[in-house]
Design a protein around this ligand. Structure first.
Ligand code: GDP
Ligand code: CA
Length: 329
């Protein structure tokens, strides 16, 4: 990787670095929260996966945007990883009484308010980017949260039990069916959200958060003109492995990698992301894999990447900033 030429192309003044982060849901939200706690708000733009989006009860639901949004607003339910902390489920109970379809998808009462308001805005002609910015503003979030595209991209999982829309695979079937292939419907014709353009121009670093490489980072990379921003990016591109010690800390990433015939390790993730990444961060528990990462042509950094507390999130974000600063200096 031509890290050296990129270094000289991007000089950074002391302190903050303008960053574009790529994120899915839970894993992404953790590092985003850390980054938001150490960067001035104007220096952080988060591109969020929308391949998980789905309509339930006529409402537009964007699970990864919501997870990141609730995390930044201090509203996230840490136990479940989705929804609002302390939420109640009265509306869902009533929907079940009516025999409504899709009640296997859990929706809390406060969470429903988000989807009601977002859907109203979309029906009035707002883009998803505009609706997201509005909801974030009302929740007091200052960093920019932007869907990867305003056009629909839908992750579809081809399994041995049939073709499943992502939420059916993930929630209804709890990731049990064996995966044969994952595709992103609509990705080829989707365009980058226009509100991301200035952020990509200003950014000196891209950070791929430790999100599922297949169904969280995958859909973002599948949008051709998002991908081209990454390919042509002049600054540094850093990714954090979501696979630690051969396991996913949460969710189906390990199972999916294995079923798709890829190595379930930080090295497997690095192989997937090497084309769009210069610096690859692996966990301390994987320090014996350093040489394999370097052999892929990647600049490799070992850090404690497991984020169990707000302090962990801020610490990892600070360490990543330091890594970027050192290389931009
Ligand atoms: P989802 O959309 O809610 O499934 O969430 P993401 O795709 O953003 O994140 C899921 C990935 O995050 C999984 O592969 C986890 O292994 C990873 N992950 C979760 N917490 C952590 C953490 O603290 N550190 C690291 N390195 N990875 C994490
Ligand atoms: Ca997700």
């Amino acid at each position: 990787m031509a890290v050296t030429s990129k270094r000289s192309a991007t000089r950074c003044v002391e302190g903050s670095i303008p960053i574009v982060a790529l994120a899915g849901g839970v894993g992404g939200a953790k590092l985003v929260q850390g980054l938001a706690s150490v960067l001035p708000a104007q220096d952080l733009t988060v591109v969020v996966n929308t391949g998980d989006d789905e309509v339930f009860h006529g409402l537009y639901i964007s699970p990864d945007l919501d997870t990141v949004m609730y995390s930044l607003a201090g509203l996230a339910n840490r136990e479940t990883g989705w929804g609002v902390a302390g939420d109640t489920f009265s509306a869902l109970g009533m929907l079940k009484r009516y025999g409504a379809v899709g009640t296997w998808f859990n929706l809390g009462d406060k969470d429903l308010a988000t989807h009601l308001e977002r859907t109203r805005l979309l029906r009035e002609g707002w883009t998803l980017s505009q609706a997201t910015a509005h909801l974030c503003e009302k929740l007091g979030i200052q960093v920019s949260l932007v869907p990867m595209s305003d056009q629909p991209v839908r992750t579809v999982v081809e399994t041995e039990e049939g073709v499943l829309p992502f939420q059916e695979y993930f929630v209804k079937h709890q990731c049990r069916p064996r995966v044969k292939r994952v595709r992103f419907e609509g990705a080829k014709t989707a365009r980058i959200s226009s509100s991301l353009e200035p952020a990509f121009r200003k950014a000196k670093a891209l950070v791929m958060c430790p999100s599922n490489p297949i169904v969280s980072i995958g859909p973002i990379l599948a949008v051709p003109n998002v991908r081209s921003r990454l390919d042509g990016f002049k600054g540094l591109r850093l990714a954090v492995s979501p696979i630690v010690a051969g396991q996913a800390l949460r969710g189906p990433a390990a199972k999916m990698l294995q079923e798709l015939g890829e190595e379930v390790s930080c090295v497997g993730v690095a192989r997937r992301l090497r084309e769009v990444c210069d610096i690859f961060v692996i966990d301390m528990l994987d320090s014996d894999r350093q040489q394999e990462i370097q052999a892929l042509g990647l600049d490799m950094v070992v850090l404690d990447t497991v984020m169990n507390s707000d302090e962990d999130k801020a610490r990892l974000a600070r360490q990543i900033l330091q890594v970027l600063r050192d290389r931009l200096a």
